[in-house]
Design a protein around this ligand. Structure first.
Ligand code: PRP
Length: 189
């Protein structure tokens, strides 16, 4: 399969010589999202979990995932940032926007687009645990285990990938490319 998209993604980015190349296509993402939703449906069949999505990156993943979850649930958001304009974590997580609702005694599922160093998720676990939920599980679309600096136990995982910088499906490079429907690389092979 030719995974290189040239048609849509040339728009506005050619001057920067950046051509995102598809690494995980729409169908592969859809299958993974449905698989994760099925696991959550099974594990929480008698519960009403609170899905805490981590903005900005998780906005598309959350939107697709919840439409395959057949449970009573609530959705909450936090906005965390540690990458800024670069491709490397600053290792300093900023809580841009905290929770708006009480999660005490609730079953929480963190919804992350990507877990890289693990520093963001670790920060979020500390933040959420202070509010004494009944349980916390982690659902991530992508994990890069080779980059991990903090051990994170991921309960629901879509894809494990090697160390390459991804954009699309919510993920950005300096706020660009979040809208691409596939997961793409912007690095030369
Ligand atoms: C990205 C991503 C995760 C985090 C993972 O967020 O959405 O939240 O990095 O990286 P880590 O495991 O190395 O901490 P980012 O800080 O880029 O903010 P964004 O979601 O607004 O793009």
């Amino acid at each position: 399969m030719d995974r290189t998209r040239t048609k849509d993604y040339n728009l506005g980015y050619m001057e920067a010589q950046i051509q995102p190349k598809v690494i995980i296509n729409r169908r592969e993402i859809e299958i993974a999202v449905q698989r994760l939703a099925a696991l959550i449906n099974k594990d929480y069949h008698d519960k009403k979990p609170v899905l805490v999505a981590v903005l900005k990156g998780a906005f598309i993943f959350l939107a697709d995932l919840v439409r395959h979850i057949d449970l009573k649930l609530e959705v909450e958001f936090v906005c965390l940032s540690s990458y800024g304009q670069g491709r490397e974590s600053t290792e300093e997580v900023k809580l841009v926007q905290g929770l708006c609702s009480d999660i005490r005694d609730r079953d929480v599922i963190i919804i992350e687009d990507i877990i890289d160093t693990g520093i963001t998720t670790n920060f979020l676990l500390d933040y959420l645990n202070q509010q004494e939920p009944s349980s916390i599980k982690i659902c991530a679309l992508i994990s890069k285990p080779s980059r991990r600096k903090v051990t994170i136990d991921i309960n629901y995982l879509g894809f494990e990938i090697a160390n390459r910088f991804l954009v699309g499906y919510g993920l950005d490079w300096a706020e660009n490319f979040r809208h691409l429907p596939e997961l793409c690389s912007i690095e030369d092979d």
